[in-house]
Design a binder for this molecule. Sequence first.
Ligand code: ATP
Ligand code: MG
Length: 416
Amino acid sequence: MDETNCGIGILGGTFDPVHRGHLQLAQNAAEALHLKRVFFIPAYAPPHKQNREENADHRLRMLELAVEDEPLFCVDDREMRAHQTNYTVHTIQSLQAEMPDEHFYFILGEDSLRQIRTWYHWEELLSLVDVVVSSRPGVDGDVQKEVDVLNALGYHVLVADGPQLDISSTMIRERIATGRGIRQLVPEKVERYMRSYGLYTADEERIDADFLQGVLAESLDFLDHKPYSGWAKRLKKTLRPSRYRHTLGVVRSAAFLARRYGVDVEKARLAALLHDCAKHNERMYFDRLVACGRLSEEDWHPSPVFHATLGALVAEEFFEVDDGEIIHAIAGHTTGFPEMSLLDQLIYLADAIEPGRDYPGVMALREEAMRSLQGAVFTSMNDQLIHLLQTRQYIETMSLTSRNGIWMQAKAEASR
Ligand code: ATP
Ligand code: MG
């Protein structure tokens, strides 16, 4: 090969995202041909791939980051700026018109070379530039054969040797979507960029992140004002620290869901704040409720769900809540009810998916909560019942009745 050659390489692609395989390909070509520069040209909306314009800005930015520290490489964004599908032949014509004294080499991976005869005006394209191709791991067949065929047709195609990396953008997208790492596969700056924008993560994970972000943005300032400051103080005293933290998570989640589903935010916050008020203090509150005549000794039915019905009475009697809807939501937060108001559903769900919750399926539940309140409540009830069955625990009749109630409610709504 001509040692004095000083041409410019053109490497087009979708770069969705750019990876080390692309950089190695450019490097191999640059070394083989002593190129003075390589232009990376990201496609805005490649003719053979769908919907890539949606993340065009991210693809461009990642490519810029990838070549930032490579003096030989630069990004040419002409196709991006055009905001439409561009054919390579036109891009090359425009580069040649702009720099008539330069010699251009079109750089390709082996898989692209194999397809080149399907490209728009490929004969014209190949007659405009020399082509340099690098083998690509995982591509069947002999690259040289295709090169020979094209050269026999009168075109100029060279093979650049050099390291081959078994990396593709598809592989990277799949790895991210399934939660696997991608270190070493893309430049570090690109990895950081993808992570900060949550690019290529599965929908579920992205929506989960949206949910958590929305919930954590909910303010707890109302707890600084009377009478809630007093309530918070009492709860902090009677609840364990982890339970109190959970309570605040439920308050924020309930407020967030209330906004989303058009429920009174104030009521949602208060019901959430008091939903566990009797938890682990059942005996103490029970005795006080007996003492003031609200309950009698026969009402003592300790169980994992007792704190909910008791909590409703405590809220009424000792926190002086007189809003029946709030009381109802507190009473139903563990078992639900056969007929649940939006507020009831919201408190039930907020309790199950607040940011502190971590169990298999919680991410899917948060994702569903962003789409359908009732759907998520139904899923949560089913999950809960399955768990109780699998671990051979006692199931409250009310849990079953509520689950069937939601099922019937959904069916009635669907047939309306
Ligand atoms: P996808 O998996 O989405 O198709 P990709 O990894 O193939 O992405 P493209 O943007 O489609 O990346 O590729 C741009 C150019 O880089 C093509 O010519 C392709 O053949 C080449 N190329 C990409 N990865 C490699 C690699 N690992 N080795 C050699 N060439 C590569
Ligand atoms: Mg490809």
